[in-house]
Structures are given as C-alpha cells and as structure tokens.
Design a protein around this ligand. Sequence first.
Ligand code: G4P
Length: 195
Amino acid sequence: MKALQEKIKQDGLVLSDQVLKVDSFLNHQVDPVLMKKMGEEFARLFRKDGVTKILTLESSGISPALMAALELKVPMVFARKKKPLTQSADVYTATVHSFTKNTTHEIIVSRAFLTNRDKVLIIDDFLAYGQAAEGLIDIVKQAGANLSGIGIVIEKAFQPGGERLRSRGIRVESLAVIQSLKNGTVSFLEEAYAN
Ligand code: G4P
C-alpha cells in the first residue's frame, strides 16, 4: 500500500536492524486518515470471504482492526492482555511470547464473542515472529471458528513469522512488507505477498 510505505519512509524511525518505531501514526499517536485507508484495503482483500468477525490483540492492533470492521460491517473483538474486573470465567485463553520484548503473557477472549459460526479475519499491526498471530489462531481454533486469513499492517520479512504462517497454508496479507532495516534504512519488498 503506497500511502503506508510513504508514511513509513517519512515518519518511521529505524531503531535497530530489527525494530522500526512508528509511534507517531500507529503505536501511540494514531493517524485516522491513514487507518481508514488501511481499513478499506483490508476490506477489499477479504470482502469475498464472508468474514463475520475481526479479531485482534490490544493495544496497537485495535485501530486498523476497527477500521477494517467498519468497512466490512462486522464486529471487532480485541483479545485482552489483562483480565478486566468484569470478565466472566467463560473465556478462551492462549499464551503469547514476545521475542522482541522478551515477555510472555496470557491473552483472553470472552466465549460470548467468538463461536463456531464465525469466520474470522485476524488483524495486527506488526508481524515479526508470529507469536501474537499464533495465540489468536489458537483462540479461533478453541472457538471452533473458521479462519479466513490474517491482515497485517507491517510485516518484517527478515523475521520468520510470515513464512511460518504461509507454509501452513494460512492466507497472510500485509499492507507493507519490510525486507530490511539495515544501515538505518527501510527497504520494502516491492510487492506484498499474497497466497
Ligand atoms: P510477533 O507477535 O510477530 O511474534 O512479534 P513479537 O513478539 O516480536 O512482537 C511483540 C510486540 O512487539 C508486539 O507489540 C509487536 O507489535 C511489537 N513489534 C514487533 N516488532 C516491532 C517493530 O519493529 N516495531 C514496533 N514498533 N513494534 C514491534 P505488543 O507487545 O502487542 O504491543 P502493543 O500492541 O500493545 O503496541
């Protein structure tokens, strides 16, 4: 997605060979116009798939997921990382380990919001090692729901998540695919993969 690539080039900060900081438009401050365009693009890619629900993980997945949900006119559910006061015991849980942050936490989704009648599109901000996606896929499986695919805002192709998911036949659509962050420079794969 050209507008996203341009925004990353303009406002993204390369913190290391591994990490891109995009908190001026995605991870902290949020650019609603760009988010809307992303929602339209995810909707275009998955419109024919009969998606009934969008699933993401708090916090940074929520903005693009909500915009896609608005376009597809389906509810968006975000997995929580902390159990809220009002949470019923009737939940799906999965464990997510972050290699980037070296943390492990449980993610939680109420059984009331995901059932075996759902066709689920998972959306997240980054795809690195794929651990967040794996945790969400685990929850989709527990619900007996159908997985339509995964929509990612920024995929880092030099980390193994995308390849691992695609090699299992899972459809992964990334709006921007970064080939390298070497020498403080963002290089994109010219075309986002699709399968
Ligand atoms: P994975 O889910 O693909 O395995 O990725 P990983 O464990 O490596 O990343 C975990 C967290 O770090 C995620 O955020 C993810 O969005 C973020 N992350 C990974 N690579 C980058 C990067 O290059 N730049 C930035 N800005 N973030 C990155 P999270 O812990 O879920 O945080 P949040 O959603 O609350 O913001």
